[in-house]
Design a binder for this molecule. Structure first.
Ligand code: G3P
Ligand code: MG
Length: 250
């Protein structure tokens, strides 16, 4: 039912390294993680970059936005200094760099499609196409655990991903699970619901599981809460505290 890893490092290496950087992936590996969640957004020239915020100012200095900057320029920006001087010049990664690194190190990917406003379809379709190209052999081999899971809060982006690469699994991200969740999930052909652990109840978890969907939560940083939701039937979650909640946490 849930062929994917149970515990996943959030935004690369959680709070142990600057988010959405290769340094984050290295931190995850250092803590034994071979499973990662990260965010992908399109540059002005339509290239997927690993970045969470649409605007500069938090993880990269300055003013401007991802959607108004070319990929090559983004890839030269310092996404590490905000976190600590030892990470200075840690670049904004190309999505394909993350793919290469994860394949090399055998890291399973939950790719969150994070479109800038107005670029929902374009982003969903681009991420799905590139992922399908890079994982063609794994998809053909039919081992679901070897294939990345795409997810998004954007219905439109996921619908575009479905149209571009129907064979790639999709998780529908919902901050709170609405009454009509199942109709939406069905339309998207989603295999899983990804939801905010804060708003999850035992009843909702049971409902999602009874309907046959995978159930994944973000972002669990308290081991006790992790144990509680797992006891409700939650299949997996991502964590920022890769130092507190390890890959074999149960
Ligand atoms: O994919 C789950 C989680 O990453 C969603 O929230 O804002 O951290 O991307 P955010
Ligand atoms: Mg995310």
């Amino acid at each position: 039912m849930w062929p994917y890893p149970k515990i996943v490092a959030h935004r690369g290496g959680g709070t142990l390294a600057p988010e959405n950087t290769v340094a984050g992936l290295r931190a995850g590996l250092a803590y034994g993680f071979h499973a990662v969640e990260f965010d992908v957004m399109l540059s002005r020239d339509g290239i997927g970059m690993v970045m969470h915020d649409p605007e500069f100012g938090r993880t990269v200095a300055g003013q401007g936005s991802v959607a108004e900057t070319d990929a090559i320029e983004l890839s030269g920006m310092d996404a590490g200094s905000w976190f600590g001087p030892q990470f200075r010049d840690e670049p904004v990664p190309f999505f394909t760099q993350f793919i290469d690194y994860c394949k090399q190190q055998r890291i399973w990917m939950n790719v969150e499609i994070k479109p800038a406003d107005g670029f929902e379809r374009e982003t969903g379709s681009w991420v799905a196409k590139i992922t399908r190209e890079h994982y063609a052999a794994e998809i053909a081999a039919g081992d679901p655990a070897a294939v990345p899971l795409l997810s998004s809060f954007s219905f439109e982006a996921l619908a575009a991903a479905r149209d571009a690469a129907p064979g790639l699994p999709r998780g529908y991200l919902l901050d709170t699970i609405p009454a009509d969740w199942q109709a939406q999930a069905r339309e998207l052909g989603a295999v899983a619901i990804h939801t905010n652990q804060r708003h999850l109840t035992r009843e909702l978890a049971a409902q999602v599981k009874a309907a046959g969907y995978g159930l994944f939560c973000y972002t669990v940083n308290d081991p006790e809460r992790g144990r509680e939701i797992l006891s409700w039937g939650v299949d997996g979650f991502c964590t920022d505290r890769i130092d507190l909640i390890g890959p074999t946490f149960a």
